[in-house]
Design a protein around this ligand. Structure first.
Ligand SMILES: [Zn+2]
Length: 298
């Protein structure tokens, strides 16, 4: 009898040790979920938002609170992108591992330079990004740097699996650098091409490829398009002949469609991030898709 008990005990202990090995990763945006899945193949990864959802505004739902409560690490863009909802989640999840300042709370904006830093006093809205543009996952070079940052943090909080994370990172980097060569060729063809945008969602990609955003359907950063503002862009759009009017999957694209109809400039509705349940489920596929769509619009 005692032997059975001790055997069961040993089995139980084994099970506990086993479940403790895989990390639970909470991400604020799907791009970081996808990247985490590649850098930590054994981890349980969850994203608070998806590709059809505006990450600037979501509700701190109870299901999200319980996900954050169970997380070993939270990975978010930062730079104010989640300031409307993440603090409420952190407060209600009461998980010391993912509070600000903890090793398990990773704000990626702190490891890169953001672009488009605005003076808050200059704009009346709270929608603008005073800490710079937080949509930096659309610059392949910043992504490469951030993959290293994420991997290093995973190794810090889970040193036992350090080697596995390092190997996953090296494999990921090799693939990424290979794809970069193709993307650079595509970008070279897009260089100097004008586009009309709606919000600054694609700014990093536009900058990286050397395209030129000639107008924004948002009358002010973060303020949704209005008809009056769209009307004011007709003449400029006609004269500058941009290759496309860009919107993303989570935006209302009525103004873009209207401007496209008025000017005969193509309207392109593109994913602003990965779609974890669809075909464009990795950042690599996202860049492949975005650059080929833009190239085809020329
Ligand atoms: Zn934004």
């Amino acid at each position: 009898m005692q032997r059975i008990v001790s055997k069961l005990f040993a089995l139980g202990l084994f099970a506990v040790v086993n479940t403790a090995q895989a990390l639970t990763i909470f991400t604020c945006e799907p791009e970081w979920a996808s990247l985490s899945m590649e850098l930590a193949p054994d981890a349980k990864v969850f994203s608070a938002t998806h590709a059809y959802q505006d990450p600037h505004y979501i509700e701190a739902r109870p299901s999200l609170i319980s996900k954050l409560a169970k997380a070993d690490i939270a990975i978010c863009s930062g730079a104010g992108l989640e300031s409307g909802w993440l603090p409420a989640l952190q407060k209600r999840a009461s998980n010391r591992d993912v509070i600000d300042g903890a090793k398990g709370m990773l704000y990626l904006s702190r490891f890169i330079e953001t672009i488009e830093k605005h003076d808050t006093e200059f704009f009346s809205t709270e929608h603008v990004h005073p800490e710079g543009n937080p949509h930096f996952h659309l610059d392949p070079e910043r992504v490469s740097k951030l993959a290293r940052v994420i991997s290093q943090r995973l190794q810090t909080i889970d040193p036992d699996s350090s080697q596995a994370y390092q190997q996953a990172l090296e494999k990921w980097q090799a693939n990424w650098q290979k794809s970069m060569q193709t993307w650079q060729q595509q970008a070279a063809e897009l260089k100097g091409q004008p586009v009309v945008v709606q919000h600054t969602s694609f700014s990093y990609l536009i900058n990286w490829s050397g395209m030129n955003a000639i107008a924004d359907l948002e009358p002010e950063p973060g303020v949704p398009p209005t008809m009056t503002h769209a009307q004011s862009l007709v003449e400029e759009t006609r004269s500058q002949q941009p290759i496309a009017i860009l919107t993303n999957w989570y935006q209302n694209d009525r103004a873009a469609q209207w401007l496209s109809g008025k000017t005969d400039v193509k309207h392109l509705n593109l994913p602003a991030t990965v779609d974890l349940k669809g075909e464009i489920n990795t950042l690599q596929r996202l860049f492949d898709h975005l650059l080929s769509q833009l190239q085809a619009a020329r």
